[in-house]
Structure formats: structure tokens, C-alpha cells
Design a binder for this molecule. Structure first.
Ligand SMILES: [Zn+2]
Length: 263
């Protein structure tokens, strides 16, 4: 179709076929052999045959924009539903059995997404700027369900807090003057209770990083509290106790020099 025939330039613009005509067209097209070129065009338009193909960054951006909010919350067909234990076990088994080749593919696929600064030598000044920018960057953008649960409880107890304080480790909640609260998802932080045996390298690295953050913050005089997702979901009593400890600490911390950790 030429530019001239598109949109308002097309004599058919704004008109519609009647149901009868549509039916006729359907019959006419039935069994008709389409030339290969036409077939390819149709496939490209409808996304058929795009399996394994890549979108350009521009298309990705457009798609993301078009889909934004479309599947949020209640609009998500999976909203309020959970995988059954059986399904979870199946998914785990799939991941366990992934071949070495598959793992390599994934890491190769991620290679295009490495930082553009990788390998470049940055000046000390630039590095400091990047470090500060990173501390302020909140990721993921949306607070998780377990974070919101703790935020709500603290709010009800009259404890005021700030979210994602730009200090080391970016505590999920920060209470003046020196209390850091981390709300750790069991999967992403490699909870030793929930992931005793299936520990990925990522989990081990994450655990070590979290430990470093704890120690360093304490050394700098902060109190550190950490909650696991599974505790928030099933151990209301323990959570209650720790929240009270946080409240007490928020009152007592003016006099304290060294923090402590409840992990
Ligand atoms: Zn856990």
C-alpha cells in the first residue's frame, strides 16, 4: 500500500465491509494459495514466525509502553492465584535439569546487556558520581508485597520511616537517626531456610554481600534489622516482636554508639 492510499487518502477510509461482504471475502480467500512473499508479509505483521527473532530497542520501548499497566494487579490473569505445590516442584525440576549449554546461551544472551562502561577506565570523580547515582537508584521500582506489609505495620505502630535510604545497602526502610530495616525476599537473597539445598552461585554471592552490608553498617554505628519473606508470610509473632524491638531501638538509639543485628 502506498503512502497515498493510507489513512484518509484511502477511498475506503472510515468505511466498513458489511457482514455479507465479509462472508463473501472469506469464501473467496478460502483455499486460495498465497504467493510466498505475501505469506511472509502476513507472518511478519502478525508475529508468526518471529519466534527467536529480536525486536529493535525502539520496538521494545513501544511494546513496553503499549503494555504498561495492562496486566497490573487485578488485570493480570494470574492475579490472586498461586501455583500449586506440584507446579512449583515441576518448575524447580525444570531449572535443575537445565543443560550446561542452556546456561551458556542465557549468559551469552545477557552479554548484550553489560554496562556500556565495562572495561573503561573511569576517573575517580566519575566513579564517585556513579556510586552515588547507584545508591539513589531504586530497584525494583515497585515496593514488594513483603515490604509493604512491614511498612504498614510500622506505620500502625506510629513509627515514621523513609524508604530506600541512599546509604550503603540501600535499606528498604530507614528510621531516624540510625535504624536500617531490610526486607529480604527469600529467593533473591538466598534464604537459608527456604533454599537450603538448591543454592545458586548468585544466592551465595548475595548472602555474602548482605553480610558485608550488615557488618559495615554496624561498624558505622547503625542498627540493622533483617526480615525474611517467609517470616513475614508465616511468622506473625516473630515479626511482631522484632517490630517492637525496632520501635524500642528508635527511641534508645540516640544514646547508642554501636548497632546490633537481628538476622
Ligand atoms: Zn525463606
Amino acid at each position: 500500500m502506498s503512502e497515498r492510499e493510507r489513512g484518509a487518502g484511502n477511498p475506503f477510509y472510515g468505511k466498513h465491509h458489511t457482514e455479507a461482504t465479509k462472508q463473501k471475502l472469506r469464501l473467496m480467500n478460502l483455499g486460495k494459495k498465497l504467493p510466498e512473499e505475501v505469506k511472509q508479509k502476513i507472518a511478519a505483521r502478525s508475529g508468526i514466525g518471529r519466534r527467536g527473532k529480536h525486536f529493535t530497542d525502539e520496538s521494545k520501548r513501544k511494546i513496553a509502553l503499549a503494555l504498561k499497566g495492562k496486566f497490573d494487579g487485578i488485570k493480570n490473569p494470574f492475579y490472586g492465584r498461586h501455583h500449586t505445590e506440584e507446579t512449583i516442584e515441576k518448575l524447580r525440576a525444570i531449572n535443575r535439569n537445565r543443560s550446561e549449554e542452556w546456561r551458556k546461551k542465557i549468559s551469552l544472551g545477557n552479554m548484550g546487556h553489560t554496562s556500556p562502561n565495562k572495561g573503561k577506565k573511569l576517573s575517580a570523580e566519575t566513579r564517585e558520581k556513579v556510586r552515588i547515582a547507584r545508591l539513589k537508584q531504586v530497584f525494583p521500582f515497585k515496593d514488594t508485597k513483603i515490604e509493604v506489609a512491614i511498612q504498614n505495620k510500622l506505620g500502625q505502630m506510629g513509627v515514621t520511616f523513609r524508604k530506600h535510604e541512599p546509604i550503603l545497602g540501600q535499606p528498604d526502610l530507614f528510621i531516624e537517626p540510625n535504624i536500617c530495616v531490610f526486607v529480604d525476599g527469600c529467593y533473591w537473597h538466598g534464604c537459608p531456610t527456604c533454599f537450603k539445598e538448591e543454592r545458586s552461585d548468585y544466592m551465595s554471592r548475595r548472602t555474602a554481600a548482605d553480610r558485608f552490608v550488615n557488618e559495615e553498617l554496624i561498624r558505622r554505628g547503625y542498627y540493622v534489622f533483617r526480615f525474611w519473606g517467609h517470616e513475614i508470610e508465616n511468622k506473625a509473632d516473630k515479626i511482631e516482636e522484632e517490630l517492637l524491638a525496632i520501635k524500642r531501638a528508635s527511641r534508645a538509639s540516640e544514646d547508642s554508639i554501636f548497632g546490633h543485628v537481628i538476622a
